[in-house]
Write a protein that binds this ligand. Structure first.
Ligand code: ADP
Length: 526
């Protein structure tokens, strides 16, 4: 059996016995075959000593059991790694950042406490998955939509705390959070926002309460264990429609993104969009890539190729939700705005009215219609998994050109061809900025994974040199990413760690999460 670092075998077995007393013998897992289930099946260290693996797992069923578990962990200084549904694949799965941590698995806490379709919110426990909430809403015929991520098998608590994204106008999941219940490392339990007022009638309707607003402190962090989360939902719209806008020339991207930003920031185009490039996709099929590699074709040559092949250079599918007359008008207005770009073309897309009965075979954009599914797994072709490199970049055409050039040069400098990545072009998962999601292939091949890690680290550094930083990262890259958020000699990280030492002096909660280490482990920082 693995033992947490710095813990004696005697202390560990005493702690395990106490965990068993607190949560029930059958909910403490120590056998390899059970603990192995918490391995990250997309680990970039597969078959290597450095793979981050747990020593045991504890699965409480209530807030009181979570409180008991942290008190025991504090007594024996046992590191706990909290997961909710544990589906954080591409960013670490259910495995800890520090080997030997005990997984605190909250998936048994799976109550949907309330769904309100008059003020449009839900209050859920950590084990509630997007599928669970979707089913509950369907069964109870409630007039609200969830915003599932791609794929939808994770949970609202884990995904919202990690600041994940979906596709509908509620796509920025952390922005939809309203009110938390949190267990602190000392076993104390608090409620944020209006929840601090006993008997509050508006815990899920008003975020801020009174005084400093703390919810952000519990996202991507190791300062507490969230045991209840309020989430704003979208009222079921009357209708949905989408349409595609395409522009012809390379340089059209500048007015294209400017128009897009205007429409998005005016709440006319809503939800997530992905920038597409039919000509770059064509080139990729001919052995070229989407990145702008040194020595590659010039802009004039690419414009000529696009013309010859009759393929637009840039485009995007845009989405509209709301009353039919409003979304029809929004699409008309969108076309009018983009028509200022000479040669812009438009195509009407799909259209749905709600409530909707979908056939299994229907090609509907399910995630954009608030329906969780797993079809995104079809993308991971030819690899066992992927690890996502996800920098936030400016929502400008010039910004995208710079990204394609800088990362092209970085690959050339590393002497490797960009391979097997998806989504090299940006998404608008969040308001106001683009995000890239380079899915680096993870294989059961030590040498290939070693190279992938090296490229990943280099891209983090190159991105930082150009003012771009990751919105989220794999557990094995948390120090790497935290190291580049270094303004004023790491003033923000120093604040994180001052708070860490104050609220968790024994450093028992998720050491290493987001590069935040407790005092006694700070030297472990990579
Ligand atoms: P999901 O299955 O929804 O994708 P996970 O349960 O894997 O999400 O959680 C993702 C990450 O979020 C975890 O690795 C952990 O760092 C953090 N996290 C998850 N649940 C909690 C929680 N209840 N309190 C605090 N942090 C959490």
């Amino acid at each position: 059996m693995r033992i947490p670092p710095g813990t004696s075998a005697a202390d560990f077995s005493a702690a395990l016995a106490q965990f068993e007393k607190a949560v029930g013998k059958e909910w403490v897992f120590t056998k390899d075959e059970d603990v192995d289930l918490y391995r990250d099946s997309y680990s970039p260290f597969w078959h290597e000593e450095e793979e981050r693996v747990a020593s045991a797992a504890v699965a409480p069923a209530s807030v009181e059991e979570v409180q008991a578990a942290v008190r025991i962990a504090n007594r024996y200084k046992i590191p706990l790694w909290t997961i909710s549904t544990g589906r954080n694949l591409a960013y670490g799965g259910s495995a800890p950042a520090m080997s030997g941590s005990v997984i605190l698995d909250l998936k048994r806490m799976n109550k949907i406490i309330e769904v309100n379709d008059k003020n449009h919110y839900a209050l859920v426990e950590p084990g509630v998955s997007y599928f669970d909430l979707y089913r509950y809403i369907q069964e109870n015929k409630l007039k609200v939509w969830i915003d599932p991520p791609d794929p939808g098998w994770g949970g609202l608590v884990g995904n919202s705390l990690e600041r994940g994204g979906g596709r509908t106008p509620m796509r920025d999941h952390f922005n939809s959070v309203c009110g938390m219940e949190v267990v602190l490392a000392n076993g104390d339990v608090l409620r944020t926002g209006m929840g601090a007022l006993p008997g509050s009638k508006t815990w899920q309707q008003y975020k801020y309460g009174f005084g400093p607003y703390f919810d952000g402190m519990f996202s991507q962090s190791n300062f507490g264990i969230v045991t209840k989360l309020g989430v704003w939902l979208m009222p079921e719209p009357e209708a949905y429609r989408d349409g595609t806008v395409m522009v012809q020339r390379h340089d059209d991207l500048v007015p294209f993104v400017e128009t897009l930003a205007y429409l998005m920031n005016s709440d006319i185009v809503r939800g997530t969009m992905l920038l597409e490039s039919p000509i770059l996709n064509y080139r990729a099929t001919q052995g070229g890539g989407v990145l702008d590699m040194p020595g590659g074709p010039s802009v004039a040559e690419m414009d000529k190729l696009a013309q010859e092949k009759n393929l637009p250079y840039w485009g995007a599918e845009l989405h509209f939700w709301g009353p039919q007359s409003v979304i029809d008008e929004q699409w008309e207005y969108t076309k009018e705005k983009f028509s200022a770009i000479p040669g812009a073309t438009f195509k009407d897309g799909r259209s749905y009215k709600f409530p909707l009965e979908l056939k299994e075979t229907d090609e509907a954009p399910r995630v954009a219609l608030g329906i969780p599914n797993l079809s995104v797994f079809g993308l991971i072709v030819g690899a066992q998994g992927h690890m996502d490199f996800s920098p936030i970049i400016p929502m400008t055409g010039e910004g995208v050109f710079e990204v394609l050039k800088v990362f092209g040069q970085a690959y050339a400098d590393l002497g490797v061809a960009p391979r097997n990545q998806f989504f090299v072009l940006p998404w608008a998962f969040f308001p106001r900025a683009f995000v890239l999601l380079f899915g680096f292939p993870i294989e059961h091949d030590v040498e290939k994974n070693r190279k992938t890690r090296e490229i990943f680290k280099r891209l983090v550094e190159v991105a930082a040199e150009h003012g771009w930083g990751e919105y989220r990262t794999h557990t094995s890259m948390m120090d790497t990413v935290s190291n580049v958020y270094s303004y004023n000699n790491h003033a923000l990280r120093r604040l994180h760690e001052t708070i860490k030492d104050a609220v968790d002096p024994n450093g028992i909660l998720s050491p290493g999460k987001s590069g935040i280490w407790p005092a006694h482990l700070r030297k472990s920082r990579a």
